[in-house]
Design a protein around this ligand. Structure first.
Ligand SMILES: CC(C)(COP(=O)(O)OP(=O)(O)OC[C@H]1O[C@@H](n2cnc3c(N)ncnc32)[C@H](O)[C@@H]1OP(=O)(O)O)[C@@H](O)C(=O)NCCC(=O)NCCS
Length: 210
């Protein structure tokens, strides 16, 4: 199962596979948000810089070619200034049982505008409709209320806690697992499509490029 590397779109955003020339923009976005990313994500250490951004992009291009993971850079659709808004990814945890996972982060100065929800909804569509996943999970550190809200708005079901699942900032952190199954997606297609289209937002709330 492969995905085309062509850009994909939501109501407000364009999602593109990474290119080598994206490393400065990625580094700028991570650096501008490092304290918030550092709180929840194991890779976001405080000294993150250009080397890490270039390494990430190299690995991301390789993983895409090997169909191991599909990482997308998020940009504005109507005002594509090159500002890196964040990342959203989908990958198979188990191909045999068709389980996938989605992960995301959004730059801090663009948070709480519905970006993570909108772009994740697009990858939910891709996971079920193109990659034919049976089950998609989100793993969210306990206490990460903003990310839990994303899961809730997408309509994922809270399953339970994975104890001491990842080490972040030197401490083991419990994570909550949320999931959606293919037959649940079938019942929620129009809700997900509305999130992708940003149909619930008015232009006044979120002008292009906001
Ligand atoms: C979590 C994150 C991805 C959310 O991205 P986003 O684009 O701001 O998400 P959305 O705007 O779609 O939704 C965020 C929701 O959380 C709410 N929220 C934001 N900060 C919050 C906080 N500190 N406490 C409670 N709710 C919060 C927002 O109000 C919004 O909910 P609402 O629509 O009901 O008002 C982003 O904050 C981030 O990248 N954080 C750091 C890295 C991270 O945690 N990644 C996820 C790992 S699982």
């Amino acid at each position: 199962m492969e995905l085309s590397p062509d850009p994909i779109y939501t109501g407000r955003f364009v999602l593109r596979p990474f290119r080598r020339r994206d490393s400065d923009a990625l580094n700028e976005a991570v650096r501008s948000s490092i304290h918030e990313l550092h709180e929840w994500l194991p890779w976001a250490h405080l000294a993150y810089g250009r080397v890490e951004a270039s390494n990430y992009i190299r690995e991301s291009i390789k993983a895409w070619k090997e169909t191991k993971a599909y990482d997308y850079a998020i940009g504005n659709r109507t005002d594509d200034t090159g500002l890196h808004l964040g990342n959203v990814s989908i990958w198979f945890v188990s191909r045999g049982f068709r389980t996938g996972e989605i992960g995301y982060w959004v730059r801090t100065d663009r948070a709480a505008r519905g970006i993570a929800t909108e772009v994740s909804a697009r990858l939910v569509q891709i996971g079920f409709e193109q990659l034919r996943m049976h089950r998609i999970v989100l793993r969210i550190a306990v206490g990460n209320r903003a990310s839990e809200r994303v899961a809730e708005k997408l309509g994922f079901v809270r399953e339970g806690i994975l104890r001491e699942e990842l080490k972040v900032r030197g401490s083991w952190m419990d994570h909550t697992v949320y999931s959606m199954l293919d037959h649940e997606y079938d019942r929620q297609r129009s809700h997900i499509a509305d999130l992708v289209a940003a149909a619930h937002l008015t232009v006044e709330d979120h002008p292009p490029g906001a």
